[in-house]
Design a protein around this ligand. Sequence first.
Ligand SMILES: Cc1cc2nc3c(=O)[nH]c(=O)nc-3n(C[C@H](O)[C@H](O)[C@H](O)COP(=O)(O)OP(=O)(O)OC[C@H]3O[C@@H](n4cnc5c(N)ncnc54)[C@H](O)[C@@H]3O)c2cc1C
Length: 364
Amino acid sequence: MRVLIAGGGVAGTVTAMALRLAGHEPVVFEAHPSGGADAGAFLTVMHNGMDALRAIDAETPVIEASFAALGVEVIAPDGTTVGSRTFDRELDGPRTLTRAALYRALQQEAERRGIAIVRGKRLVSATGNITATFQDGTTESGDVLVGADGLHSVVRTLIDPTAEPPRYTGLTIVYGYTRAEGLPAAPGVYRMFRGSRAAFGYTTAPDGATFWFARVPDAERSRAEIAAVTPEGWREFAHAAFVGDPLPCAAIVAATGDDVHGGHSYDLPATRVWSTSSMVLAGDAAHAASPAAGQGASMALEDAVVLGQCLRDLPDAPAAFAAYDRLRRARVEKLVAVSAGSDVGASQGWAYRHHLDWSARITA
Ligand SMILES: Cc1cc2nc3c(=O)[nH]c(=O)nc-3n(C[C@H](O)[C@H](O)[C@H](O)COP(=O)(O)OP(=O)(O)OC[C@H]3O[C@@H](n4cnc5c(N)ncnc54)[C@H](O)[C@@H]3O)c2cc1C
């Protein structure tokens, strides 16, 4: 079956690899001319995400592009440590990397496996049996369309024009990277702070770079307003959220140059319809969690592998999509709900202790 995949991010590239193993013919169409959006952010692929990659032998490029995340420490506004957790090492451990590095690693691996990734192709519409139309006016035909086109998915609204749009979480997130000397080091560990107004976290990469983020309660601004904020503007915004707190957050922000990026955080609690007889959603297009649980990418990786198994084992696309919905929906919707109720929380055991076996047969 020729499968058109809209989106060459986490879900799209890995769905393509899984479908290739399942004997189908996937082609990925990525809107960006090179790589993906939100290149400023970094993330952690948790145990379950690494497990999903391992199910299709695709973990090595991600390991090579990342560093080990060892655990989490939570620090109160007065500077006392109120909790700590070491990540389970008996399972293969989680990995930290930038979103851009993750996209690059997965896209390169997909291409190495002979999968075409066509860049600069933004899907704008599609008919049911499938002719996909792109912004540049070109069209492509296939048997199935996978919407792996992220939070603001076009395929979601093609499947259900009444689908709920993403929900603003009330948080603006700022990411920064600095190599300034003299900052407190947290090698591989996420040190999370609950400041008096906002949450902050940082970790130190093996090469000494400090990766930090700030989650700041904020009124929603338009996309144009957000796009107009300069790195200096983001730095000042994050700094103001921690100044006066007896914590190192403001000092880390102040020691950062122009490698600062920001944006609002959205989630997507429940997408009623995930598929038609020839279109289906995967990853953030179907369900997006706020970043608090650190699980969005890992759940997208799981989706990709399970969707590949369903399209391998079931006789037609509608049966495959029904099984996929049955296998995935409760788990991902639980994650979105848990993440929405958390501020500096980290992935929980039920989420990361999850194993996928590529050879397991899926039944209707
Ligand atoms: C600030 C931030 C921090 C996060 N932190 C974490 C974390 O620590 N851990 C974690 O697991 N997750 C985290 N996440 C969530 C994680 O990034 C997402 O869950 C994950 O990227 C979802 O993968 P995806 O493939 O579904 O979507 P995406 O990775 O967003 O990929 C979608 C792709 O589709 C492309 N696209 C969009 N529209 C079209 C179109 N019409 N046609 C063609 N292509 C299109 C985009 O350019 C993009 O490349 C974070 C998210 C954000 C925003």
